[in-house]
Write a protein of this length. Structure first.
Length: 76
């Protein structure tokens, strides 16, 4: 079993949340400041990790949870 832990991904819901603040650019900048890569992930980036974990290339991968979060989960 493999699990994926998505971080902040630029989905329609995140766009709505940023817009609801009244200053979407500032809200996005504040969110990005808390991510070590200093940007919000794109859906395709998450999708590529998911596709890999479902592919034959990952057939020996088991028992892990993979953060897809730009480094937001600070652990070893």
């Amino acid at each position: 079993m493999v699990g994926l832990l998505p971080g902040r991904i630029m989905t329609d819901r995140n766009r709505e949340l940023f817009a609801a603040t009244g200053d979407p650019e500032r809200a996005r900048a504040e969110a990005e400041a808390g991510i070590p890569l200093r940007r919000i992930g794109e859906p395709a980036e998450f999708g590529r990790v998911a596709a890999f974990t479902l592919s034959p290339a990952a057939s020996y991968l088991t028992g892990v949870t993979i953060p897809v979060d730009g480094g937001a989960l600070r652990g070893l």
